[in-house]
Ligand binder design. Sequence first.
Ligand SMILES: O=C(O)CCC(=O)C(=O)O
Length: 347
Amino acid sequence: MAETMVEPLSKPVQELASNGGEPPERYIYRGSDGIAPSFPLLEVPVVDLSCFASSSPLADQELDKLRLAISSCGCFQAINHGMSNSFLDQLRDVGKTFFAYPTEEKQKYSRAVDDTEGYGNDSVLSENQTLDWSDRLYLIVNPEDQRKLKLWPQNPESFRDVLHEYTVKLKILTELVLKAMAKSLNLEENCFFDQYGEEASMIARYNFYPPCPRPDLILGVKPHADGSAITFLLQDKEVEGLQVLKDNQWFNVPIVPHALLINVGDQAEIMSNGMFKSPMHRVVTNSERERMTLAVFCLPEADIEIGPVEELVTEERPRMYRKIKNFVSLYFQNYQQGKRPIDTVKL
Ligand SMILES: O=C(O)CCC(=O)C(=O)O
């Protein structure tokens, strides 16, 4: 997932925020969709994952809810996912503690100029690229033998163990969710999971959004859809910011404190021949409070070819996407230029 750089790393946004003053021009968002003073709230369906793990009498009802959610807004709030509230709080705490350290401590884990992995912020790929008002810690967590532990913070002390435990749990949930997605369309339950692969990658990204002096002009993350099959987002417990585009309108995504927000990524949209929607989303900032989230992107094995499941290609619904291997290799160049990577595989 290496990118081509045109200039070295930019300053941590946390430093810009604490220095005060007008933010640099490069952060001003120029998109035609703009940033309105207020937005409507999205009704995001809440799906009980425990119904998929056992032969629950409610399974059919939850599968219907799941299908409707991911074929309309492209996301759902997953509850009863098997993780305790205190464990999710710990995951948030280790991230918040890390970002609260002085810059020198965080910079022990800085990403290299030509890499995405580690502590840092936007890779600058072109001179007119708009920058996001966020700092990040980006780590490959699976397969385990690809972890670069030197980029995993040693402080706070529990950081590595907590993140490891989370990834073990998410690996199990990913299989459960991909199988439920298939069952919700009356397909053989492995049809998405087989394309995903046993050795798929997972990338964790802690996103830290300092208060921003110009939330009317600057975004925390610019509009994009994910290049994953699915993404798990642990939201900040108190501060909203995520928005999803639905029917050409931006909506705020509400916080359900101990739910995981799961969204469809481009690769599940491709595998489902467009039945499931990989939603465009973005993050707005605010001038009062910092916000932190943890996104985990679940990416199919790079050397497995993915493509629309044959049963979903019909006369009424012709094949919408070509088959492709290693979709993420297309991702960054297109993303930073404001283009949708999925458009490059549309037929
Ligand atoms: O922080 C959020 O709410 C969303 C983050 C996100 O979209 C991303 O990390 O790609």
